[in-house]
Design a binder for this molecule. Sequence first.
Ligand code: ADP
Ligand code: MG
Length: 288
Amino acid sequence: AIPLVVAISTAVSAKNGLLIRNRTAFENSRKITTLVFDKTGTLTTGEFGVTRYESLSDQFSRGYILSVATALEQNSEHPIAVGIIRKAKELSLSIPQAQAFNAITGKGIEAMVEGKSIKVVSPGYLREINVPIPEKASSQIIETVVFVLIDDKLSGFIALADQVRPQSKEAIKTLQANGVKTIMLTGDNATVAKSVSEELGMEGFFAEVLPHQKLDKIKELQQKGEFVAMAGDGVNDAPALAQADIGIAVGSGTDIAAETADIILVNSDPKDIASLILFGKATYKKMI
Ligand code: ADP
Ligand code: MG
């Protein structure tokens, strides 16, 4: 039989936007010392809009840069892809066909378009191939920038921005007030990670983290004696959600994240994580 206090708390949790899939994890929520947050889609809405796009080549127009990038992104479900496709639709661009599509995990995508090799990649990828990031592409505001390579030559860039969820700041504050450290873990570049984590007053961030490295970062924190909860929404976050002592999935995220998580934030509201810890404390104090 389910103890009455747990049954009541489960109902209270549901009312507060928490779907508890693993009761042991809920019971352990009071032990959390560090909360690791994915950025895109978790602390932010993950709804990217294109803010700028430019050609960096005499050969190609900025419209061409956006249209070949869109040809590739039609094969991707990344929030960046969704933003680029929306912009191309708004502009009614004609989009060429892409062939031999390939995802470069955590770094971008590549395909052939009209006989040319096209890549849409992260700043980290450019650094790896020793291509300096052009002045034009660096920005004053918080933008996620992806670069378009045509036949392996840097030919343009697309800048996008999404928005911090309005509830994120209060969520971080409440967690900190309850003695929980908050850390951001993201595949996005360090400039964006630094700005957003500072804006939210978080204790730290890890940027340009590849999907398989997200899990390693959780392990590192655990080895330092932290009791770690991880909140994320993406396919990329699933291994880290599984590794964490408590995995929390954002409801609006991917099915894989939800299936891996112990707890689901039904309303995609990071504030509900703070409620989770407070409920956990209240519930199991009563039982002892
Ligand atoms: P996160 O979900 O934490 O933002 P990802 O691992 O999904 O991290 O992506 C990391 C980076 O790789 C992105 O910020 C972007 O620069 C690049 N990237 C990944 N997928 C795509 C894509 N479909 N189009 C363009 N860039 C991409
Ligand atoms: Mg994400």
